[in-house]
Design a protein around this ligand. Structure first.
Ligand SMILES: *Cc1c(COP(=O)(O)O)cnc(C)c1O
Length: 398
């Protein structure tokens, strides 16, 4: 029998199971087996699967209008941009289909800003090791991960990467050639690492002092995931000039956005940038509902509360498996266990027990559950992780 996957470009290696239905925090296979989903399509399904209000919004829009392109007005997009700008640092929004496209818009806006302000030499984008910004050519150059760059031609000029947490290197790297410092307030793929809050404030001060812009990639850590609407809001006086969002903003419907201040975004004028699908009526119908639910202070309060439950449970797992778990990492519901060896076998062990989790960096078992999990879900998940850790022999598998 031929492999049903044979014509899929094999850049991913998914496990055997195929899921055909989702409800809340659970995914189901064809035969009805339920799995607890603690990765949510990598921090995407923020309101869980088939949330009734989102299903209703999408169905209603599907019967009205799907697409016009941005050559015509999209009223629901104007409405969502208004809400975003009323609640955040931002004054302007460009809607995209993905996180990578939000990143491209951010990089282009940063360079154009300096160009328009008579400083065309300021093109450098400074990033940190462990960064992940997507898979376009611009995004892999910003991410700087040699594994993702290999084979795709020469490294692009204008990107400079320094060691995560190296303040001296940062101080030396931000010069009169720097367009922007570009960071994830909580690194996702790089190993679920949070930048300390006072460092974000320091980064803002440094950028101001040197005339560089500050860009946050909150594609993974934003939209309520850490218990604030955006992760940088934990830090005082650390608002960016530009911010990329995606993943959780659509809770499974693909869209993203690049947010900017007035002073920065003003350089993007007719013809500067574009997207055929970005912010189309289907995405905006869903996006408005997701925004209304997650930006509610009571919703975020509950994320912080359940994050506390998760943190407690993970700490006790770390205590009970000292030779296997080095510690707990991350922030809020973008969290994980730093293991003493590669995390894949533990991920597989969890899946064999009907729990889906992720991995990140070299040794992190990553959790990014829907933001609507309950304490009962947390107990079930951590019970399964506990069993999987017990069954795991570090170093035993390749
Ligand atoms: C996932 C991710 C991206 C890329 O988003 P896509 O929607 O896959 O293009 C960019 N930055 C961060 C921090 C991400 O986690």
């Amino acid at each position: 029998m031929s492999d049903p996957r044979q014509h899929i470009m094999p850049v991913y290696r998914p496990p055997e199971e195929a899921f055909v239905r989702g409800e809340g925090v659970r995914l189901f296979t064809e035969d009805g087996t339920g799995y607890l989903d603690f990765i949510a399509g990598i921090a995407v399904s923020s309101l869980g699967h088939t949330h009734p209000q989102l299903v209703e919004a999408l169905k209603a829009q599907a019967g009205k209008l799907w697409h016009t392109s941005n050559m015509l007005r999209v009223p629901a997009g104007e409405e969502l941009a208004d809400k975003i700008c009323a609640r955040t640092f931002a004054d302007r929004v460009f809607f995209t289909n993905s996180g990578t496209e939000a990143v491209e818009c951010a990089l282009k806006t940063a360079r154009k800003y300096h160009w328009a302000n008579g400083d065309p030499e300021r093109i450098e984008i400074v990033t940190f090791t462990g960064a992940f910004h997507g898979r376009s050519l611009g995004a892999i150059n910003a991410g700087g991960n040699p594994k993702y760059l290999e084979g795709f031609g020469p490294a692009m000029p204008g990107f400079r990467q320094i060691e995560f947490g190296d303040h001296d290197a940062l101080d030396a790297a931000v010069t009169d050639k720097t367009a922007a410092v570009f960071v994830e307030p909580v690194q996702g793929e790089g190993g679920v690492r949070a930048i300390p809050e006072h460092c974000l404030t320091g980064l803002r001060e440094l950028c101001d002092a040197r005339g560089a812009l500050l860009i946050y990639d909150e594609v993974q850590c934003g939209m309520g995931r850490t218990g604030q609407l955006f992760a940088h809001e934990w830090a005082a006086d650390a608002a960016p000039d530009i911010m990329c969002v995606a993943k959780g903003v659509g809770s499974g419907f693909p869209f993203g956005a690049c947010l900017t201040t007035e002073a920065t975004g003003i350089v993007m004028q007719p013809g500067s940038h574009g997207s055929t699908y970005g912010g189309n009526p289907l995405a905006m119908a869903v996006g408005n509902v997701v925004w209304d639910i997650i930006s509610d202070p009571g919703f975020l309060e509950n994320v912080r509360r359940v994050s506390g439950t998760v943190e407690q449970a993970l700490k006790s797992l770390a205590d009970s498996h000292p030779g296997k778990v080095q510690g707990v990492t991350g922030k809020g519901l973008l969290t994980g266990l730093r293991l003493t060896d590669a995390p894949k076998p533990v991920q597989t062990g969890c899946r064999d027990r009907q729990l889906l989790v992720g991995v990140a960096g070299n040794n992190v078992l990553r959790l990014a559950p829907p933001l609507v999990i309950t304490d009962t879900d947390v107990r079930e998940a951590t019970g399964i992780i506990d069993e999987s850790l017990s069954a795991w022999e570090p170093g035993a598998e390749a």
